[in-house]
Design a protein around this ligand. Structure first.
Ligand SMILES: Nc1nc2c(c(=O)[nH]1)N[C@H]1C(S)=C(S)[C@@H](COP(=O)(O)O)O[C@H]1N2
Ligand SMILES: [Mo]
Length: 215
């Protein structure tokens, strides 16, 4: 399998000096490019809901409408964004609802090991439960004090600072609790199942036994 064809648009900096704070192989990006597959969804507040489903502790689906979800306690996290196509955007202050808050309100069953984070148009990404519930994982509504723009994921995107950015779906709509691992959209298409930028886990062919379900 060749390298996955991730689409990119937006400005690219010419060069960009090596940066000691960056994971290996990454370069600094001026500005904030827009990177995703497919069209930008239109936000329809009356139809929007956030769902936690799958293997929940109480066996039920938990739903929030937009107003309810946006009213959950707000927190900020300063974190970099590392795209697997090698650009990084550093020092953003993300604001929103910690993933842990969602997990506390709608806890998983004891045998849950992974989550699938679902977004508009069926985009998905799988995470180990401990990556999802890490203290800095955030469902972001804001960046640097301003509401996200449509192309950057408004009204909600996941930020998982310690993993490559494809592990953070834009236009996120829900979380599925899973008792076994399953690959998400990019993980099925050649990207690494774990995606730790500090270990340069870019592609699925780099996976060690046990790092991901069979392709
Ligand atoms: N729904 C959705 N979310 C997505 C993607 C996507 O294709 N669809 N691409 C990911 C990738 S690969 C990156 S690098 C970041 C880019 O975020 P940005 O466009 O805000 O820079 O979004 C991530 N979230
Ligand atoms: Mo990316």
């Amino acid at each position: 399998m060749g390298q996955p064809a991730e689409r990119e648009s937006g400005e690219r900096a010419a060069g960009g000096a090596a940066h000691p704070e960056l994971p290996p192989g990454q370069r600094l990006q001026k500005g904030w490019p827009v990177t995703h597959y497919g069209p930008v969804p239109k936000f329809r507040p009356e139809r929007w809901e956030f769902r936690v489903f799958g293997a929940t502790a109480d066996g039920r689906k938990h739903c929030w409408n937009h107003e309810e979800f946006a009213a959950l306690p707000y927190a900020t996290v300063v974190a970099d964004l590392h795209c697997v196509t090698k650009f990084s955007m550093v020092g953003a202050e993300w604001g929103g609802i910690p993933a842990r808050t969602v997990v506390d309100i709608a806890p998983p069953a004891p045998d849950v090991t992974h989550v699938m984070v679902w977004a508009e148009y069926g985009f998905s990404s799988n995470l180990r439960l401990e990556d999802f519930t890490s203290a800095r994982s955030l469902f972001a509504t804001h960046k640097d004090g301003e509401l996200l723009t449509a192309e950057h994921g408004f009204p909600l995107r996941l930020i998982v600072p310690h993993l490559y950015a494809w592990k953070g779906p834009k236009w996120v709509r829900g979380v599925e609790y899973m008792t076994a691992d399953r690959r998400g959209f990019w993980e099925e298409r050649g990207y690494h199942n774990i995606g730790d930028p500090w270990r340069e886990q870019r592609y699925s062919y780099q996976e060690e036994p046990g790092e991901g379900p069979e392709l």
